[in-house]
Design a protein around this ligand. Structure first.
Ligand SMILES: *Cc1c(COP(=O)(O)O)cnc(C)c1O
Length: 375
């Protein structure tokens, strides 16, 4: 085996179109995890592909110190798309780098050290981001990690308020924990995070790498709760499948960010794909479609699965089904016998993150398959 990190799935995918993936034997699969939320507009989106292809021929790369029109345009689009009050954009190539930057910016802008994170959080796998990630399996072999991180129970407002003090640089949290099992934050928890960080002159970082870009019905899940953080991290689906990360921040963070850079951040080809992705999401009102489809997905799941599962939770097209048995076994059965690809989150949660352009018919197909395997 040439790669010792990724376990080989017994399906070789050759092409993709919308929610449909086709393997080398011609079998079709419904990608109901959007390949980890990386293709919000579906596979093979024509507008994104042609934007990237045109930029590839015009200029693949030039060092970031020279302004390039498409990157300038993306800065403007992202600043416009960010929650009100957030106008600065820093670009990189992955989610973990976007988190890494946010942690560094929080320390530089505040002069403080402590980072408060949440139990079950997932924020990435480079040393800084990993230090704010909860699962010990991901961390133990690489210790010692970055010091100064304290974890509080997710949705425990009291513990959070107590943990944030004058030495706190920032609080980092996912508005809905993805990898941790699709756990939505209460509005009270998000409001407490906002108040406590404001009082302590610390930064509130919302990691929207999985929840963002319209998945929950608004471009950013924090907007659902009416909370404006100091920084938002984005990645995964931001360029509909090309590698990108972004750290969006308020002025006071951008003014004190220190010295940080990434060679490929804002790469013109990737910027063209991201610009096409974000403007399509906005122009075609994709978040509203995701809200509508998400509501009918959850309703159909309740009807179809009912008492045979422990819980169905989430928002928009970010849905977790907590099973009474192994989620891995269900995911395998769905793929092999029904051609439906889903994700898991921990041992017992089936995680659904379909492309946001999913149709009613595609949702029905996934629900039928889930009903046949679980119900
Ligand atoms: C996937 C993910 C990350 C890490 O992104 P990478 O691009 O894999 O580094 C960080 N935070 C959240 C919430 C994620 O879902």
């Amino acid at each position: 085996m040439s790669d010792f990190v990724y376990s080989q799935k017994p399906i070789q995918i050759e092409s993709g179109d919308g929610l449909t993936l086709t393997d080398t034997a011609g079998n079709e699969y419904l990608d109901f995890g959007a390949s980890y939320a990386c293709v919000p507009l579906g596979h093979g989106h024509g507008g994104v592909e042609s934007a990237a292809a045109e930029q590839l021929s015009a200029l693949t790369y030039v060092q970031a110190s020279y302004p390039v029109a498409i990157r300038e345009q993306l800065y403007e689009t992202l600043a416009g798309a960010a929650p009100a009050g957030i106008e600065n954009v820093w670009l990189c190539s992955s989610g973990t780098e976007a988190v890494e930057a946010a942690l560094k910016f929080a320390r530089a802008a505040t002069g403080s050290e402590k980072i408060v994170s949440t139990m079950q959080a997932f924020h990435g796998r480079t040393m800084g981001a990993l230090s704010t990630t909860w699962k010990s399996k991901y961390k133990e072999p690489y210790e010692p990690l970055v010091p100064g991180v304290e974890f509080v129970p997710y949705n425990d407002s009291e513990a959070l308020a107590e943990a944030v003090d004058d030495d706190t640089a920032g609080v980092i949290l996912e508005p809905i924990q993805g990898e941790g099992g699709i756990n939505p934050a209460t509005t009270d928890f998000l409001e407490t995070a906002r108040e406590a960080t404001t009082d302590a002159n610390a930064a509130l970082i919302c990691d929207e790498i999985q929840t963002g870009l319209g998945r929950t019905g608004e471009l950013w899940a924090c907007e659902r709760a009416g909370v404006v953080p100091d920084m938002v991290t984005s990645a995964k689906g931001l360029a509909n499948g090309l590698p990108i990360g972004a750290t969006l921040c308020q002025d006071w963070i951008a003014e004190g960010y220190g010295d940080h850079a990434s060679t490929f951040g804002g790469n013109p080809v990737v910027a063209a794909a991201a610009e096409a992705t974000v403007s399509t999401l906005q122009e075609e009102a994709v978040p509203a479609h995701a809200a509508e489809m998400g509501a009918s997905l959850r309703e159909a799941l309740e009807r179809e699965l009912g008492d045979s599962v422990r819980d169905i939770r989430g928002d928009g097209l970010m849905v977790g089904i907590e099973l009474k048995s192994s989620a891995g076994a269900v995911a395998r059965e769905l793929a092999m016998s029904h051609g439906v690809l889903v994700l898991t989150a921990g041992r017992t949660v089936v995680r659904l993150l379909p492309p946001l352009v999913a149709t009613e018919a595609e949702i029905d197909r996934a629900v039928d398959a889930l009903g046949a395997v679980i119900g």
